[in-house]
Design a protein around this ligand. Structure first.
Ligand SMILES: *Cc1c(COP(=O)(O)O)cnc(C)c1O
Length: 359
């Protein structure tokens, strides 16, 4: 027996590392990135900004300039504080760490974002995934009954949900927040495509915080997520944070981009337009169910028995288009593919490849 196999937790030895597909040479529509690069003028301004960064220095641990800008640009309510993470993935880790009392329960709908369960697992917390209905709608009564029974310290609600794309009804989310004995995190990773937000309502609910990311609006490579909420929550999460988690390049570049947010907003608007244009095209294809989406992707289900979805995925890949295949993954997702919306040209290629694959 090697030292590593004696020392590493057996459940870690038994798991697989998070897998990301190699997209070399493919139209990349698998992980909800923005398809747009920056206009060249703004890109070279960013080059100037980067050239002035003092890379020999540690970041300012409070990142106060970036946090102040986020408050302003994202309309964070007065009296609320902001926590930054190296992607919202890291915010999920910090929040989980802060509530990880012995025996604490973490709850979320299932399927939802994989990291909610993952960090609960790392911190040895019990994760309760409450199955959505077959059409991915939320069974609120069943969810509320589970809240009453399990008394979760932490509930994650992605609004809109990933990988399903739908936004649960606001009234149902309100009922869950009111019934929850602990914290409810509204994960608004797709807010720019959803229109609706819980951000202005932070003062209304003592036990709610709002988490967002800049990943889906053109800055996935920079790794920045943030959590907004009352100081009593944010102050606690901040204690679990690595002091220099936001690197100087990310801070400088995100500041420059948020000062030019109009550019990003225009890109998001184009993606949204494309989603609405592509959706009816897919809906007309036989052998395909298209689910409602308030995000920058469309979830579809391929008709047929086991393996039908993966066959379509493989065919699309061989035609040069990478999407995400959920078969064999989370519950209810057999034969489901998640299609990120790209540029009009990429979407044309996507639709043609899907049509061919379904033949
Ligand atoms: C993409 C995504 C995130 C994480 O994004 P980061 O790139 O880590 O900021 C968080 N929540 C949901 C629901 C997502 O889909």
């Amino acid at each position: 027996m090697s030292v590593a196999s004696k020392v590493i937790r057996p459940e870690i030895q038994g798991m697989h590392a998070y897998a990301v597909s190699d997209a070399t040479g493919l139209v990349k529509l698998d992980v909800m990135e923005s398809p747009y690069r920056l206009p060249s003028e703004l890109a070279s301004e960013i080059g100037d900004v980067v050239s002035r960064v003092a890379m020999n220095r540690y970041p300012v641990p409070t990142a106060h300039e970036l946090r102040a800008l986020i408050r302003e640009v994202m309309q964070v309510p007065k009296g609320c504080d902001v926590l930054l993470g190296n992607g919202s993935d890291e915010c999920i880790q910090y929040i989980t760490a802060a509530i990880a009392r012995e025996g604490a329960v973490v709850m979320a709908p299932a399927p939802s974002f994989a990291m909610f369960a993952m960090h609960a697992f790392f911190y040895r917390l019990r994760f309760v995934g409450m199955p959505l209905r077959e059409d991915f709608s939320l069974d609120t009564e069943v969810f509320l009954a589970a809240v009453a029974k399990e008394q979760p310290a932490l509930i994650w609600l992605a609004y809109p949900n990933n990988p399903t794309g739908n936004a649960f009804p606001v009234a149902d989310i309100e009922r869950i927040i009111r019934a929850a004995p602990g914290l409810v995190v509204i994960d608004e990773a797709y807010q720019p495509f959803a229109g609706a937000t819980f951000m202005p309502r932070l003062a209304e609910f003592e036990n709610m915080v709002v988490m967002r990311t800049v990943s889906k609006i053109g800055m996935a490579g920079l790794r920045l997520g943030y959590v907004c909420g009352r100081p009593e929550w944010i102050g606690a999460f901040n204690k679990t944070r690595s002091p220099f988690n936001i690197n100087v390049l990310t801070e400088a570049v995100v500041i420059k981009l948020l000062q030019n947010k109009k550019v990003l907003d225009a890109q998001a608007a184009r993606v949204l337009e494309e989603r609405e244009r592509v959706r009816p095209e897919l809906a007309r294809m036989s052998g395909l169910t298209v689910y409602p989406s308030a995000a920058n992707f469309l979830l579809v289900r391929v008709a047929g028995g086991k393996g039908a979805g993966t066959r379509v995925f493989d065919s699309m890949k061989s035609q040069g288009v990478l999407v995400k295949d959920f078969s064999g993954g989370p519950p209810l997702m057999e034969n489901c593919l998640r299609l990120t919306i790209g540029t009009p040209e990429e979407n044309r290629i996507l639709v043609a490849a899907l049509r061919e694959a379904l033949k």
